[in-house]
Design a protein around this ligand. Structure first.
Ligand code: ATP
Ligand code: MG
Length: 405
């Protein structure tokens, strides 16, 4: 039985008081943009739910989009019927006909009445609809506490009732962009795309910033970062991608800074650039894929000395995550295979042999007097290439390549 309507249950935004409208608008706007290639999609927002209706798409097409929208706790196909108990009973039986009922399964009916004028109260609706379903499917037992299936019957204020049976968990979190904007430091590795995804889920709009050092890093490494941006845009909107030219800075560090401190200085240079970008991009926070103790730059002492160049909030959603957990999320969101491609975003040429795990701020500051910090930051900022990447980017580039073959 086909339906052309999905009911969306909000996640945490249901607790957000006055901001609620803004949250709902952000979510509706994202759904509208994600479905704009489909005809006649209608989004109806009310206080407790959102409805998405369509004319020509399939349920799968729409639900695949809804499943990637942050801020949704669960969603389900709904079936509309007139507010008439006989019609409701008939529809309830039809809905159960859609599922393959197994031996030992159970059900219950949960009724809700927004329309208090409706001639039957919730107990009566539950009893009547429950006995109709029980009669039609004698193999289903009734279990009010832990049933296999809960059929929800909602008597709305307008002239319809809604029935729904199977719900799907949503992404959770907060609507895209409802928490502000962050700049994600995106390498080609496993961690930073997962960090970006975590923050997108927390309502942060994202722009991606990638530092590349050609010819020491390859065009494929840059391409990897772009494809990872495309993966993330599935959960947000189309994302701005910044390619920061970092070769000159790497070479200056290599030539002038003692090998033991080069990693710390390199990361401080990245953060200085990020800090300036926050201003020009009107963003509020920096996001990284760092995880405590994973490498020398991610010890407490390193983080302290690296942070010292900025007062901006730095979000590190993976700080407490294990690699295994990060990999599992990478697989789930579709970034794993891209991160797993063998092209490094940095290179052995610049990798220090013995990076300090406990750098001292005064020593690092002393080292930095040997390079033109401000001028180098300025040049890098001036050389940034910007583009917009959406989820179709991966398919487009694959097609472009196959054309060349
Ligand atoms: P990842 O898996 O994200 O590459 P990592 O475990 O390799 O992280 P590092 O290389 O030390 O760790 O990088 C730590 C963080 O710094 C990354 O998660 C990312 O946010 C940022 N970063 C590192 N290299 C780059 C780069 N070339 N461009 C942009 N950001 C970078
Ligand atoms: Mg890395």
């Amino acid at each position: 039985m086909q339906t052309n309507e999905i009911l969306i249950h909000y996640g945490e935004l249901s607790t957000k008081g006055k901001n609620r409208k803004m949250f709902q608008q952000k979510m509706a706007e994202q759904i509208r943009l994600k479905t704009k290639h489909l005809e006649k999609v209608r989004i109806i927002t009310n206080h407790d739910f959102m409805f998405v209706q369509w004319k020509e798409a399939s349920y799968e097409e729409i639900s695949n989009i809804i499943a990637k929208i942050p801020g949704i706790s669960r969603f389900e196909p709904v079936y509309r019927v007139g507010k008439n108990l006989e019609a409701i009973k008939k529809l309830a039986v039809e809905i159960f006909n859609e599922i393959k009922i197994e031996e030992g399964e159970s059900f219950r009916v949960v009724a809700k009445r927004s329309d208090k004028e409706f001639e039957h109260d919730t107990m009566a609706i539950q009893r009547e609809v429950g006995s109709a379903v029980g009669y039609a499917y004698p193999q289903l037992s009734v279990d009010l506490r832990k049933p296999t299936y809960s059929l929800r019957v909602n008597i709305h204020l307008e002239d319809t009732a809604y029935l729904s049976l199977l719900s799907t968990p949503g992404l959770g979190g907060l609507p895209y962009g409802s928490s502000g904007k962050g700049l994600l430091m995106l390498s080609g590795g496993f961690d930073s795309p997962v960090a970006g995804y975590q923050m997108i889920k927390r309502g942060l709009a994202i722009e991606a910033v990638h530092f590349s050092s050609p010819p020491y890093t390859s065009p494929q490494a840059l391409e990897k970062a772009k494809k990872l941006t495309a993966v993330l845009s599935q959960y947000g909107l189309s994302l701005v991608f910044h390619n920061v030219p970092f070769t000159k800075i790497q070479e200056e560090i290599k030539a002038n800074i003692h090998d033991d401190f080069s990693m710390t200085v390199m990361r401080r240079m990245m953060l200085r650039i990020m800090d300036r970008l926050l201003e020009t991009r009107d963003a509020n926070a920096i996001v990284t894929g760092e995880s405590l103790g994973q490498v020398a730059s991610q010890t407490i002492k390193s983080i302290e000395v690296i942070n010292e160049v900025t007062h901006s909030p730095i979000f590190r959603p993976l700080i407490a995550a294990d690699k295994n957990d990060i990999i599992a999320i990478a697989e789930q969101i579709g970034s794993y295979d891209i991160s797993n491609e063998p092209f490094d975003d940095c290179c052995t040429v610049f990798a220090p042999r013995t990076p300090k795990t406990k750098p001292r701020l005064d020593i690092i500051e002393g080292e930095e007097t040997k390079i033109e910090v401000e001028g180098l930051v300025e040049d890098a900022l001036n050389g940034i290439e910007v583009m917009t990447i959406d989820e179709h980017y991966i398919r487009q580039t694959t097609e472009a390549f196959s054309h060349l073959l």
